[in-house]
Design a protein around this ligand. Structure first.
Ligand code: NAG
Ligand code: NAG
Ligand code: NAG
Ligand code: NAG
Length: 264
């Protein structure tokens, strides 16, 4: 027991060094969660990996989390960060500021999201560029104005493998073409606003902008192109590039995630 605590202390101390530690706070409120974390390979590996990232390297931080995150890690983070603020989340530096496009497809309604979409283009390398991103929307059985969102994606892990991950969100329509998403990710409550900027001919694809936050000063921003099919046709690409231009979005900054041979 004694060495467990000592080791636990060290790991957590090292980890939270970069994010304003409050060891006493963790010991007092999240002793059980940190002990569990140490005993759990995924959670422990995540901590060790994060410790190796140094400060202010979001790419490294998220690579570690996506590679190792599990329920034990999420519970620790929920306790230490969300519930008791023992760990502060340093916002990205320079800070992310939302730039919501003002022109949205105001006649776009939530039912048009129903079904599955491939992410064929993505802007933010941390969030939008995973392979095999397939997102499915279904109305909730309790309340038809709320949709459940099931986001599948493949992570290239720091160990060199592939890990199938998923995130569940819920979404409601805020107004025409504007949607509010909420979820719990990595033990944090996240809120984001999505804006439908362009609707492809026949509702075949969507150009979307989003910006969200996990705390009052921690924002993330991105943009994706949803498509009903794994790839866009030549005509659809022409239409898309034109929409990018119209809205002042830079097509060359977007990645093209893998959408084929994704398995089940
Ligand atoms: C951030 O971490 C990644 C590895 O995850 C590394 O390739 C990159 O060089 C790091 N960036 C900086 C600025 O240290
Ligand atoms: C929505 O508005 C756009 C123009 O802003 C129009 O091209 C499109 O046909 C409209 N869609 C519907 C379903 O009315
Ligand atoms: C996420 O959504 C999927 C598909 O709708 C469902 O099977 C799964 O139970 C959900 N997971 C959580 C944690 O809610
Ligand atoms: C959507 O989010 C905004 C900003 O947080 C909030 O003001 C608005 O009430 C929300 N709308 C719905 C329908 O939840």
């Amino acid at each position: 027991m004694k060495w467990t605590f000592a080791l636990c202390f060290c790991l957590i101390l090292e980890y939270v060094q970069c994010s304003n530690p409050n060891i006493l706070c963790i010991m007092e409120h999240c002793g059980m969660q940190s002990t569990k974390c140490l005993a759990d390979e995924g959670c422990r590996s995540a901590m060790v990996c994060i410790t190796g990232c140094g400060t202010n390297n979001q790419t490294c931080l998220f690579d570690c989390i996506y590679s190792y995150e599990d329920d034990v890690f999420d519970e620790f983070m929920k306790c230490a960060s969300t519930d008791h603020q023992c760990i502060s989340n340093d916002p990205p530096n320079p800070p992310v500021v939302c730039h919501p496009p003002q022109q949205v497809m105001s006649n776009f309604t939530i039912d048009l999201l129903k079904g599955s979409w491939y992410i064929v283009k993505g802007l933010n390398p941390i969030y939008d560029c995973f392979d095999c991103q397939i997102t499915t929307y279904q109305p909730s059985s309790m309340d038809k104005t709320v949709y459940n969102v099931f986001e599948k994606f493949d992570v290239k892990t720091v160990q060199g493998g592939i890990r199938h991950r998923s995130v569940n969100e819920t979404v409601v329509q805020a107004s025409g073409g504007i949607f509010n998403y909420t979820s719990t990710q990595m033990g944090h409550d996240t809120h984001s606003e999505w804006r439908i900027v362009h609707v492809g001919n026949g509702n075949a694809f969507l150009l979307v902008y989003y910006c969200g936050s996990i705390t009052a000063d921690y924002f993330y921003e991105g943009s994706v192109v949803y498509s009903r099919t794994p790839t866009l046709t030549t005509d659809q690409l022409v239409e898309l590039v034109d929409a990018f231009k119209q809205h002042g979005f830079d097509y060359s900054k977007y990645c093209t995630p893998k959408t084929q041979n994704c398995g089940s």
